[in-house]
Design a protein around this ligand. Structure first.
Ligand code: NAD
Length: 475
């Protein structure tokens, strides 16, 4: 078993323990508990592709549909050598819980192909992806109404565009073909704001947490978000956007940044954009970056004193080994499964608040949902309303100016007049989603004496919603 797979088994066990903890507080028949926990169907495929070396290569992949209480199902397609059926099933179940928390009306799914994508050139990867997609489409495991994949580890917008094109070729009569997959490039019927979505969702989750003084007090925090000391692990898609938005827009001080190659510390706050550019031109290395202290042992910096610790890299980073030494008030789980179940118990006993992954990083799936809707309605969000809003805004400004005899200041005028474009609407929908979900989770947390953490509250809420849907469908 590779170390990655070993971690995943731990991660999977962690998830199961957390689900069991929430289920133990609910009065659910065992049959229903099992129905919620296990995948409803799993497809395993083998296929062969002739690659540019002239040889026939065989590949193995899976697609798990965890629940069918809502359709289509939704989940990423992962390309990795560590992929196996257990991993795909575990990740599919997580997707179900995540979608329920943010009221994205999908079931959970996950796809995986056992492959090292870096070992193939682009032409071969396209052939492999198209064949994999075709195999899944032929069996009804990808379609706008059954299952809508998105990017995950090892895949991105490019692969999603190939899958959409393959679907279109096989189902030319399906006018909604573009909705068969999310996370496509914006130029190929994707949506503005998808790339930043998960990091943006992390920012919105933290902002909402700071709107509740009672919750802040329970976490040992006071005041506004501005000036809070933040430590971020991972400067990839999620960590970069979260750190950038929190520091540039909310005035947080990112005092430490942890990457694969070490960590940077500056108590006055790090310049995230400058670090990103530095990494791009220095093969991912942090060492040598000016205006910061470099620490070679990055993992030790998870213990640096801060208000918010945001692990945004990978699973199993805060474990029974280091949880006792972490010096933050709140752990914001931007990655999937960064806190193990054992560590979770230690943090709970220490009174450290954890905002759970299934809520915090749900921004990606939320915006994938918006992309699916956009593809089904065949029109960009805001296209019909934007100018109309501008006409009305202009009329309001003119009315104010003519009745008061005063000019409206330019910046206020611009805000009143501006019509919402697609990015504005995506952010607005995401913000609303993250706020509403947090409010529901905190209600469960505060109203139940036997729930003393947000993770259990989130699972409790999610399972409640799933079970309700099953009963309504008539089990
Ligand atoms: P990514 O590959 O873009 O970034 C991960 C970053 O973490 C990289 O910069 C990498 O160098 C760094 N890293 C890897 N190992 C590290 C280590 N040991 N210590 C410090 N840094 C390390 O991945 P991502 O898309 O940003 O995803 C990060 C996490 O968020 C994963 O757990 C993923 O499952 C989860 N997630 C991502 C999305 C999304 O939309 N991308 C959505 C939901 C959840």
């Amino acid at each position: 078993m590779s170390s990655t797979t070993a971690d995943l088994y731990k991660f999977r066990n962690s998830v199961n323990r957390m689900v069991d903890r929430a289920m133990s507080l609910m009065d659910l028949p065992v049959g229903i508990q099992n129905h919620v926990k296990y995948c409803s169907s799993v497809l395993q495929v083998h296929f062969v592709v002739k690659l540019s070396d002239g040889q026939f290569h065989t590949f193995k992949g899976w697609l798990a549909l965890h629940s069918d209480h809502r359709l289509p199902a939704k989940g990423g397609i992962r390309y990795s050598l560590s992929v196996d059926q257990d991993e795909v099933e575990a990740l599919a179940s997580l997707m179900t819980y995540k979608c329920a928390i943010v009221d994205v009306p999908y079931g959970g799914s996950k796809g995986g192909l056992r492959i090292n994508p870096k070992a193939y050139n682009e032409e071969d990867l396209e052939r492999i992806t198209r064949r994999f997609a075709r195999t899944l489409i032929d069996r009804g495991f990808i379609s706008p109404s059954e299952n809508v994949p998105a990017p995950d580890m090892g895949t991105g917008p490019r692969e999603m565009a190939w899958i959409a094109d393959t679907y279109k070729a096989l189902r030319p009569d399906d006018i909604n073909y573009m909705a068969c997959v999310a996370g496509k490039p914006v130029t190929s019927n994707g949506i503005w704001g998808r790339e930043e979505a998960t990091g943006r969702g992390v920012q919105y989750a933290i902002r909402e947490f700071f709107r509740h003084p009672e919750d802040l007090k329970a976490a040992g925090l006071t005041g506004a978000l501005e000036g809070q000391r933040v430590v971020v692990q991972g400067l990839g898609n999620v960590g970069y956007h979260a750190a950038k938005f929190l520091s540039e827009e909310d005035g947080c001080k990112v005092v430490a940044l942890i990457e694969r190659s070490g960590a940077l510390i500056n108590d006055n706050g790090l310049n995230i954009e400058a670090i990103k550019q530095w990494m791009l031109t220095n093969k991912g290395q942090l060492q040598g970056f000016p205006d910061a202290r470099y620490v070679a042992d990055g993992t030790s910096v998870l213990e640096y004193p801060c208000d918010l610790l945001i692990p945004a890299a990978l699973e199993s980073q805060i474990t029974a080994e280091n949880a006792g030494r972490v010096q933050c008030k709140v752990v914001v789980e931007a990655a999937n499964g960064p806190v193990t179940a054992d560590a979770d118990e230690i943090l709970r006993k220490r009174g450290i608040t954890v905002l759970p992954d299934m809520y915090v990083n749900a921004g990606g799936v939320t915006v994938s949902y918006f992309e699916w809707i956009k593809n089904l309605q065949h029109i960009r969000f805001g296209r019909m309303q934007r100018r109309n809003e501008e006409y009305r805004g202009r009329a309001v400004v003119e009315a104010i100016e003519s009745t008061t005899g005063q000019k409206v200041p330019a910046i206020i005028k611009e805000n009143i007049i501006k019509g919402a474009d697609e990015l504005d609407l995506v952010r607005s929908g995401l913000d609303d989603t993250m706020r509403t979900a947090y409010q529901q989770i905190r209600s469960i947390y505060w109203e139940n004496d036997n729930i003393d953490d947000y993770r259990t509250a989130a699972y409790y809420l999610s399972i409640q919603k799933i079970v309700r849907a099953y009963y309504e469908l008539g089990l």
